[in-house]
Design a protein around this ligand. Structure first.
Ligand code: SF4
Ligand code: SF4
Ligand code: FES
Length: 258
């Protein structure tokens, strides 16, 4: 009979409890996934009591406070702190989001923080995005022209054509959408996923690009594109308010009519 138990070493155990030492009455309990590849131990959930009186409004502020004042070994990615670089994407209270954009004031009770789901964990909240970046590279996300151009001169675009990139160019490749997509969880190696498909569509829609047909051919493969079953998790989870599901359906429509 098939066994569906998790392997022993993947079970998430209860970790350390870091009690508040400030005596503040404005305390929030933060539960954070921890795993260190250098220690031969199971992943754990550590709990931190954090004084919100001396903390900024965002979830990233809480993580910075924990790292600076309580446990310097806490590991996570962040850079811009303004929703621009995409590096602080993680799962906060069951939703993939940018921790620098997510206000902790919106969350009642304890806050649970995990790495982006269904990816290999490198350490603590840092998930392995190498497959996603390989897939991104495969769609050649740069302007392509048939003949050599004078790249020191501007390539002009009409206002109407520029407008076609709205809702696409804003994507910061944070991976919140792809890691909330069940089709991507099941076929990560073959299906490109919503983030990369939105990017592919962005270059296909760029009036200055001259390899539209070749680009369409690249994403036309059954699993690369048709892994999408229009479940819409991707659009619901995009912290920039973009609509990757719509971009995918536009790609499908283009292929059907080209
Ligand atoms: S709409 Fe497509 S890409 Fe978006 S979550 Fe659903 S299956 Fe994934
Ligand atoms: S579409 Fe949204 S969620 Fe997906 S990678 Fe781009 S910004 Fe992130
Ligand atoms: S730190 Fe750059 S998007 Fe959050």
């Amino acid at each position: 009979m098939a066994q569906f138990n998790l392997p022993e070493n993947s079970k998430v155990l209860k970790g350390k409890y870091f009690k508040d030492i400030t005596g503040s009455i404005n305390i929030k309990k933060i539960n954070i996934y921890r795993w260190n590849p250098d220690q031969n131990e199971n992943p754990k959930i550590d709990t931190f009591e954090v004084d919100l009186t001396t903390c900024g409004n965002k979830v990233l502020d809480i993580l910075n406070k924990i790292k600076n004042e309580i446990d310097p070994s806490l590991t996570y990615r962040r850079s811009c702190a303004h929703g621009v670089c995409g590096s602080c994407a993680m799962n906060v209270d069951g939703i993939n989001t940018l921790s620098c954009m997510k206000s902790h004031k919106e969350i009642n009770g304890e806050i649970n923080i995990y790495p982006l789901p269904h990816l290999k964990v490198i350490k603590d909240l840092v998930a392995d995005l190498s497959t996603l970046y390989r897939q991104y590279e495969s769609i050649e996300p740069w302007l392509k022209t048939k003949e050599k151009k004078n790249w020191s001169a501007e390539i002009n675009q009409s206002k109407e054509n520029r407008k076609k990139l709205d809702g696409l160019y804003e994507c910061i490749m944070c991976a919140c959408c792809s890691t909330s997509c069940p089709s991507y969880w099941w076929n990560e190696e073959k299906y490109l996923g919503p983030a990369v498909l939105l990017q592919a569509y962005r270059w296909i829609m760029d009036s200055r690009d001259e390899e539209r047909k070749e680009r369409l051919k690249t994403v036309a493969d059954k699993l690369k594109l048709y892994g999408c079953h229009t479940i819409m998790n991707c659009t619901n989870s995009c912290p920039k308010g973009l609509n990757p599901a719509k971009a995918i359906s536009s790609l499908k429509k283009m292929l059907a009519t080209n």
